[in-house]
Design a protein around this ligand. Structure first.
Ligand code: NAD
Length: 466
């Protein structure tokens, strides 16, 4: 066997699902996922996993304590592994009076320092976290400068392309696996070893290898391209609303061009999640460092357009509700950044809720997977002056959509949960204030049906009836 023992530092949205699938598909490899958070590890070892992903429970139940282990014993896991994934968070840091933003690699650095302290045998260290181009060079410097034993390190870049909400499916049927390594005999051997793991279930032709820097840049580029498509269609949604064109029709018309394709052309309140904005900011920072200001400005625009879309949508709600939402109750359906996840990082719902709260609205929020404490936490942090108690006075969190809409003036759909499509809108209409508004930020509802019931419907990319 080429590799018999693998560990992953970081038991998050990437480390957990990725290692669960490796354990499932490689029964002869011992896979240990470690984290510095004892709470997180306890959850991975419990019946209620720390993250929600369709299909994840089944995979974990099948492999846990067979060849998949979740542990806080980082030292032991590093010692016994041949290959170590670094899958820690790489948040955005701000600097220069808040003007500059870039990836904070402090957790990657601390993982590298731990490996150097502990390793007593040769290790393949794999960047699974999304990192800036040339991060492998810094990791190697840290490993070499801190090593306690005379061991050999090979560093590989193996970015993760899974999407939250479909992570297990994405891992099982990955479009491609990308492995970047050094163009040396040892580098090629390390790439082959990691490739061998994936070949347990991914066709060989879907495993592509590049040099380390191409691999690191490809991950940032992939997210930048995906986000760019969303910002592009969202920019057109504003044109549609002012002209009478319908963004859904435009998206269909252009998407049928095989050079363009139909995916990621869904106009919406904006993109969210922990990755798109962070990775583009990273790209912008790299371009600025390379003295490429025009390229930096080009990608920055993708983020600016997303901010504009979130703000524009929120302002439209206020304008439609007779230019005031003060003391009006508004229900927010969906708080997660997308369906099938409980993740709220960078969710557009935060901007929408924050704008409405600042204008004095009372919010009734329902999301099937986001914990109430998380919502309060998210809505508290953007306000420097507001305490959780203040936010709690204006926000009620419900565990049922029908109670969340009772007596409200408007419904705002922030997440495209399937269950919202099947709600009994006749019943909902009866229970709301009149006139009753629906702002469909995800374009998932049957607008004609809703208008026939009596709702005033506003959506993205269709002329607004103010
Ligand atoms: P996460 O915050 O869910 O998990 C990271 C985990 O690493 C945390 O549990 C944290 O406690 C742990 N950690 C940090 N430093 C540690 C250390 N020194 N020792 C042990 N544990 C440590 O993050 P995530 O969403 O899994 O993302 C991880 C990386 O993968 C990021 O770089 C992200 O950009 C990238 N990525 C994320 C996604 C996604 O959809 N979430 C997709 C592709 C790539």
């Amino acid at each position: 066997m080429v590799i018999s023992n693998v560990c992953c530092i970081g038991a998050g949205y990437v480390g957990g699902p990725t290692c669960s699938v490796i354990a499932l598909k490689c029964p002869n490899i011992k896979v240990t996922v470690v984290d510095k958070s004892a709470d997180r590890i306890a959850q991975w070892n419990s019946d209620k996993l720390p993250i929600y992903e369709p299909g994840l429970d089944e995979v974990v139940k099948k492999c846990r304590n067979v060849n998949l282990f979740f542990s806080t014993d980082i030292e032991q896991a590093i010692k016994e592994s041949d290959l170590i994934f670094i899958s820690v968070n790489t948040p955005t840091k701000t600097f220069g009076n808040g003007k500059g933003r870039a990836a904070d690699l402090k957790y990657v650095e601390s993982a590298a320092r731990m490996i150097a302290e502990i390793a007593q045998s040769n290790k393949i260290v794999v960047e699974k976290s999304t990192v800036p181009v040339k991060a492998a060079e810094s990791i190697m410097q840290i490993l070499k400068a801190n090593q306690k034993h005379n061991v050999r390190y090979d560093i590989l870049s193996n970015p993760e392309f899974l999407a939250e909400g479909t992570a297990i499916n994405d891992l099982l049927y990955a479009d491609r696996i990308l492995i970047g390594g050094e163009d040396t005999t040892d580098g090629h051997k390390a790439v082959e070893k990691l490739g061998w793991i994936y070949q347990h279930w991914i066709p060989k032709e879907n495993i592509i290898t590049t040099n380390t820097w191409s691999s690191e840049l490809s991950k940032l580029a992939a997210n930048a391209f995906l986000a760019q498509r969303i910002s592009s269609i969202n920019s057109l949604s504003a044109v549609c609303e002012s002209t009478g064109a319908d963004v859904s029709e435009v998206a269909k018309a252009i998407g049928l061009d095989s050079r363009i394709g139909s995916k990621f052309l869904q106009a919406s309140v904006g993109f969210g999640g922990s990755c798109f904005q962070k990775d583009i900011l990273n790209l912008v920072y790299i371009c600025e460092g390379l003295n490429l200001p025009e390229v930096a400005a080009y990608w920055q625009q993708v983020i600016d357009m997303n901010e504009y879309q979130k703000t524009r949508f929120s302002q439209n709600i206020i304008e439609c509700l007779f230019n005031t939402v003060s003391d009006k109750r508004i229900s927010i359906l969906g708080f997660a950044f997308k369906k099938n996840t409980g993740d709220t990082r960078e969710t557009p719902a935060i901007t929408v809720c924050k704008t409405l709260l600042e204008e004095g609205a009372q919010l009734d929020i329902y999301d099937p997977k986001v914990e109430p404490e998380q919502i309060i936490d998210d809505l508290t942090h953007p306000f420097v002056t507001e305490s959780p108690e203040c936010v709690k006075k204006s926000v009620q969190i419900h565990n049922d959509p029908y109670s969340a809409v009772q007596g409200t003036h408007a419904i705002v759909v922030c997440t495209e949960w399937d269950e919202f499509v099947d709600l009994d809108f006749n019943r909902i209409y009866q229970s709301m204030m009149k006139p009753s508004y629906i702002f469909d930020g995800r374009k998932i509802l049957d607008h004609v049906k809703l208008e026939n019931i009596g709702f005033h419907v506003q959506t993205i990319g269709k002329r607004l009836q103010k």
